[in-house]
Design a protein around this ligand. Sequence first.
Ligand SMILES: Cc1cc2nc3c(=O)[nH]c(=O)nc-3n(C[C@H](O)[C@H](O)[C@H](O)COP(=O)(O)OP(=O)(O)OC[C@H]3O[C@@H](n4cnc5c(N)ncnc54)[C@H](O)[C@@H]3O)c2cc1C
Length: 257
Amino acid sequence: MVHIKAKVLAKIEVAIDIYKLRLSCPKIAASVLPGQFVHVECGKDREFILRRPFSVHRRLGGNAFEILFQVVGKGTRALAEIEKGDILDVIGPLGNGFEVSDTVKNTLLIAGGIGVAPLMFLAEKLFAGKIPFDVLIGCANCKKAVPFDLQNIIKDRVFFATDDGSLGFKGTVTELFLNHLKKNEKPDVIYTCGPKAMLKQVALIAEKHGIACFLSLEERMACGIGACLSCVCKTKSGQKRVCVDGPIFDASEIIWE
Ligand SMILES: Cc1cc2nc3c(=O)[nH]c(=O)nc-3n(C[C@H](O)[C@H](O)[C@H](O)COP(=O)(O)OP(=O)(O)OC[C@H]3O[C@@H](n4cnc5c(N)ncnc54)[C@H](O)[C@@H]3O)c2cc1C
């Protein structure tokens, strides 16, 4: 874990209220794994006491990385006002990462909304390792759809679901997931990130079909380093801290509320 000042190389609005920040930060970029996150000080002059956690979206060589975030409140609104050349105070990399076993032959990535953030980095690892994967992305409408950066290379393997049918399948990403299972070979492993209600549905469907499933949990978080216990979740092996025991968990371990 490194506590560091990262320079903003670029800020790009990729969809309505969704931004990509490219940060120069060799110390984090050199070691971060897919699924890990960084804890970011948002706003100016310590405006917010608590940092905000964001998954690493992409790693750009050993020198820079990207986060992808959606404006949902005061912290992310302040972060969206940052400009190229500004300096961000960042801690990371934090948490565990997605495990990809050597025996995996066919995977499925399922994202709900901004849940696409950590899955892009994982997709790049799978692609580099020549592990086939499909990507299902659910969002409210086409204006909220984040382009999947590998789309041009694996375009026939990325599928969108939108609530209003303005892009891809009309319906939820879990409905798209069920349709996908009917039409395609069963994946060995599912990796997923998104709202909790969606994660629960994906986990239950995966369990029903006997498919291993790993998910990235997003609980409200304070310290990010395991001390404050504000981000605990219930698992079959007791209470776990999302910041250090996660954010990636085996879905079959989670006790859903
Ligand atoms: C490990 C981890 C990785 C994350 N990665 C990303 C990411 O890559 N991109 C991204 O956009 N967001 C990510 N989040 C969620 C992000 O941290 C929150 O959206 C952010 O902290 C909200 O700050 P705010 O001040 O703008 O909102 P607040 O004013 O604090 O809250 C606004 C709304 O967002 C909800 N919220 C706040 N914090 C969280 C949280 N931690 N998880 C879920 N909902 C929350 C609140 O319940 C409220 O409804 C991640 C969260 C975790 C725990």
